[in-house]
Design a protein around this ligand. Sequence first.
Ligand code: NAD
Length: 363
Amino acid sequence: MAKHTVTLIPGDGIGTETTAAMQRVVKAAGADIEWEVAEAGAHMMESCGTPLPESTIEAVRRNKVAIKGPITTPVGTGFRSVNVALRKTLDLNVCLRPVMSIPGAGGRYSDVDLVIVRENSEDLYAGIEFEEGSQGAQDLISFCAEQGAGTIRSDSGISIKPISVTATQNIVRYAFDYALKHGRKKVTAAHKANIMKHSDGLFLRTAREVAKEYEGRIEFNDNIIDAFCMNIVMDPSQFDVIVFPNLYGDIASDLCAGLVGGLGIAPGANIGPEYAIFEAVHGSAPDIAGKDICNPTAEILSAAMMLDHLGELEIAANIRNAVREVYAQGAVLTADICKATGSSVEPATCSRFTDELIAVLER
Ligand code: NAD
């Protein structure tokens, strides 16, 4: 088995706990990984003056593959999201989030098996914003009025939503190619093209064009995002691969995680032409950080995705199987899953859950 060097960004909040658990599991599964630890997050502000030091970006460039814990983003004010900055800087334009039922994890359904493909670089996440009262906001308000594009109140803050043909073609092709490669049958594009004709409308039009290249091989349909939310909650089995613009993909990720037992078990990856960063869907969960009670499964399943990416398919499969076995047994479950399942077992700590998973792996 090959040796791999991987950049590990522990992040903050529960990130240090989930990534430590993940490292233990990956080691126990027999993967030969050298971890190069690189820091990012609010705790770097004092020493580096930025939450995302250049050395961390360099470390990802050097190793090409990274796995990270979540990083807190101040709400409303303060520095911009480190996660978004990493995705933009490293051109990680695909966010891939498989959503799969794990029997015993407390999902609303027992047979969910779908894949979220989220565009990762544009939309309202582009970070083009004008603060209320700023010259930029005033100029933009005047420009819109001059163009006859509409009236914006003078005390407005403005976030711009760009969606390009180029990025949409890339993400929709990725969704179709993923479907082909993984034996999936259908791609659904979710949008709000009826209201935002020049951004979501372009997304839908472009998706339909790309879909023609796959006609006869992969089925295609589309859903308006609000209808999609209802449809997926009512019957997730009608979906297979779903491709989203950035913001809807973010929201739908948590919605879909909720169908299968919650954020504690939802893995993900950010993938670009050169680099890939694997990370759980969940955030830094400040409400439970530092207590050793978080669920490390999402980070561990993100590591399984990373191992697939590195060609270590058997080790990845062993980890997934061990996870399924621990949940099927139902004796050692973290608090989030006890709540989701209504289990009466004493909630296990993150460390205890990890010990159990390693014991199953070693059997
Ligand atoms: P969150 O995902 O951190 O937490 C939402 C809820 O889910 C909380 O009740 C939390 O306790 C629970 N939860 C999340 N992960 C869990 C786990 N592994 N085990 C058990 N329970 C878990 O979302 P939030 O509270 O909206 O965000 C907190 C911070 O994380 C914010 O600063 C946000 O910007 C950031 N965030 C970062 C990322 C990332 O780094 N990729 C992603 C999402 C949010």
